[in-house]
Design a protein around this ligand. Structure first.
Ligand code: NAI
Length: 493
């Protein structure tokens, strides 16, 4: 992968040295002020205990840019800031080792600072080889002493080595985005239960207590549900994605906007007037379709679920099969969580010069493997744009022409590969859920089973209430008469 950059690794000690060299950090307002206070007052033992921790990031010299990005995102993450302030006082995660496998972005950095404020020791790796913001990774290591293992463009082997480093840290709690970490945990380690507590056993590193894992995205939940069904799930899991304050906003508005941002940054093409095919009308697809329509595209939806297809139709979109859409589309985006939603049979039917992108979790939604086999040649034409030259179909001596198919970001989630992922405003709520899930595991240790849990409706509403408050928006509350009316069946016509 051509994006591979030189690896700089080192120990906590070398990071401390670099941190000192950087001098007084730039002013970061309240958020950083409170972080620094915590850092000075409580971090001494932590530093000594964590002396031998390592990291693997692209370039520590990028830290100051990363720090500014983290600061910028913090301004729009008021709910998380409130949680961080409470965590600073209450230290609910004191003594907890927390290993996270998330997209290493400025928003994730703010989650890390919140968890650290709660007393957690942290180890972080990327949940996708292309989604890391190298400057943010550098700042987390250099400015905030978080062990980060993430490099944008890392190959698959490095990606898994980084996941293993996080598990070597013997985390008591894990956070996942796509269930790769939990899957590796189940593959590499044995679980035993002592006095209703989950213990992880390893011949090399001995035994340690495990509280649970939280999952950020739809695809991760699908994998975990499959594990639960097959009785293969050995730990409690918190389904962050299932919270209303997560998927209704992050998947819909976050993916909707940032996917278009990724496509536009990669191609610099006009969307107005283009036939824009959205494959999958779930939460991400709904957001993407509405935003593409807003930019003047003619949006076509393909679906496998008849209810969602009908909903798309009544929302005002054209709905057709992928076979039909393939013939007319200019830009295709998959958001299904499914494999080969755009297969080679579809690609063969497409027009010359079409653009294919994916914003679903894994890079399996477009059959790039089969496209590569069919292609006569392939070249990178712009950053994040690869041109495949394939024969026109049918390819006969009478029709020897070739056509060009453009694939964005190697078919990996385009909003994170070519752009910066979701805006901080929506990640604020997603990560408020993540912070609560860590606290939930600590508060309920010894009481949980190896199954999937989700946030209570009250807590979900509380996050929404805090978000509204942070935006300065007040809403009405039910009067006692209304509460009584809504709870009774006696009053009718
Ligand atoms: P969802 O379950 O709400 O929607 C998926 C839709 O795709 C469903 O309506 C389903 O019927 C449809 N579908 C499945 N197979 C299909 C096929 N072959 N052809 C057409 N439609 C098909 O899921 P959600 O929340 O919209 O997530 C979709 C994917 O996006 C998941 O992989 C999820 O993990 C990922 N995701 C990506 C984000 C990003 O930052 N790019 C953010 C959030 C989720």
């Amino acid at each position: 992968m051509s994006l591979r950059v030189p690896v700089i690794s080192g120990t906590r000690q070398s990071r401390m040295g670099l941190s000192r060299l950087s001098g007084i950090p730039p002013d970061g307002g309240d958020f950083f002020a409170s972080w620094r206070t915590w850092d000075r007052n409580d971090n001494l033992n932590k530093i000594i205990n964590m002396e031998n921790k390592s990291f693997d990031v692209a370039d520590l010299a990028k830290a100051s840019d990363g720090r500014k990005k983290i600061e910028w995102a913090a301004r729009s993450m008021q709910v998380l800031t409130l949680i961080k302030k409470r965590f600073e006082k209450e230290k609910p995660l004191k003594g907890i080792r927390l290993g996270a496998c998330l997209h290493v972005t400025a928003e994730t950095a703010n989650l890390m600072l919140t968890l650290a404020a709660g007393g957690a020791d942290l180890s972080l790796c990327a949940s996708n080889p292309l989604s890391t913001q190298d400057d943010v990774a550098a700042s987390l290591v250099k400015d905030f002493d978080v062990s980060v293992y993430a490099i944008k463009g890392e190959d698959n082997q490095t990606y898994y080595r980084h996941l293993e480093k996080v598990l070597d840290f013997k985390p008591n709690i894990t956070m996942d985005d796509g269930a790769d970490l939990v899957s590796l945990l189940h593959k590499n380690y044995k679980f035993v239960i002592h006095d209703s507590r989950f213990m992880i056993q390893d011949s090399k590193s001995g035994k340690w207590e495990f509280f649970g894992s939280s999952e950020e995205t739809t695809t991760g939940i699908i994998r975990l549900k499959a594990m639960e069904k097959a009785s293969a799930l050995k730990i409690p899991v918190f389904a962050v994605n299932d919270s209303d304050t997560k998927h209704l906003f992050d998947n819909r508005y976050g993916t909707g906007q940032s996917t278009l941002d990724g496509i536009m940054r990669a191609t610099n093409l006009l969307l107005a007037g283009k036939n824009f095919v959205v494959c999958g009308y779930g939460w991400c697809g709904r957001g993407l379709a509405s935003r593409a329509r807003g930019l003047g595209a003619q949006v076509i939806i393909t679906e496998v679920d008849p209810v969602k297809a009908l909903e798309a139709l009544m929302d005002g979109y054209q709905v057709m099969s992928m076979d039909e859409a393939a013939k007319v589309g200019d830009i295709f985006v998959t958001v299904t969580g499914d494999k080969h939603a755009i297969d080679i049979t579809h690609i063969k039917k497409m027009k010359d010069g079409v653009i294919l992108a994916n914003s679903g979790h894994f890079n399996v939604e477009i059959a790039i493997d089969k496209l590569a086999q069919l292609a006569k040649s392939k070249r990178k034409i712009r950053p994040f744009v690869e041109e495949y030259i394939i024969p026109q179909t049918p390819h006969t001596p009478h029709n020897p022409q070739m056509k060009k198919i453009y694939v964005l970001g190697e078919g990996r989630l385009i909003n994170l590969t070519a752009a910066e992922g979701h805006p901080a405003e929506v990640m604020d709520m997603s990560f408020a859920n993540q912070a609560f899930s860590a606290e939930f595991f600590v508060k309920n240790k010894g009481k949980l089973e190896a199954k999937i849990y989700r946030i209570s409706p009250e807590m979900d509403k509380e996050i929404a209430r805090l978000k509204l408050k942070s935006l300065g928006i007040g809403i009405d509350t039910l009067t006692s008469e209304q509460e009584k009316y809504l709870a009774s069946w006696k009053e009718g016509t």
